[in-house]
Design a protein around this ligand. Structure first.
Ligand SMILES: [Cu+2]
Length: 140
C-alpha cells in the first residue's frame, strides 16, 4: 500500500507544479503569489478616500488582491490607508509603496496604517513584496 500511494502522490505534485509555473509564465511575473491569488490587477474603478477635516482615509482588504484596488485622494492632504490582512493574504502580507520608500507588514486578521501626504498629482502604485499584487492611489 505504501508504494501505491507514493505512485499517486508524485504525479499529482508534478502536475500542480506545472500548473503553477504555467500560470506565472502567462502573467510574466514571479510566482510569489502562487495560484491562489485571483485579483492581481487593480481593476478600473477608483474609490474616493473619506474626506475628514485634516486627513483623508481609506480601508483596503488584502485577500487575493487589493479590495478596492484603486483609491483616489486629494493632493496636499495627509492620507491614512488602513490595510487589513484577509484569509487569502499570501505574500500580500507585505505592502510596498516603492516610490514613497514605505514597506509595512500585516498579518491575517490584523491591520496596519500607512500614512503619507501626496505632494504631486498622479499615480502612486503599491504592491506585494514581489510586485504581483498591484493597486494604486490616484492623486487628484
Ligand atoms: Cu506577491
Amino acid at each position: 500500500m505504501k508504494n501505491l500511494s507514493s505512485i499517486f502522490v508524485v504525479p499529482a505534485a508534478i502536475a500542480a507544479a506545472l500548473l503553477l509555473s504555467a500560470a506565472s509564465a502567462q502573467k510574466g511575473g514571479m510566482a510569489c503569489c502562487g495560484g491562489a491569488m485571483t485579483n492581481l490587477s487593480p481593476g478600473d474603478k477608483a474609490v474616493p478616500a473619506k474626506q475628514l477635516k485634516d486627513k483623508q482615509t481609506a480601508s483596503i482588504l488584502i485577500n487575493g488582491g487589493y479590495i478596492p484596488g484603486q483609491i483616489s485622494v486629494k493632493q496636499g492632504k495627509p492620507v491614512e490607508l488602513t490595510f487589513t490582512g484577509g484569509k487569502n493574504l499570501g505574500c500580500g502580507g507585505t505592502v510596498v509603496f516603492r516610490s514613497l520608500k514605505i514597506s509595512k507588514d500585516v498579518a491575517v486578521g490584523k491591520s496596519v496604517v500607512i500614512k503619507f501626504t501626496p505632494q504631486t498629482k498622479g499615480e502612486i502604485p503599491f504592491t506585494c513584496s514581489m510586485g504581483m499584487l498591484q493597486g494604486k492611489v490616484i492623486v487628484n
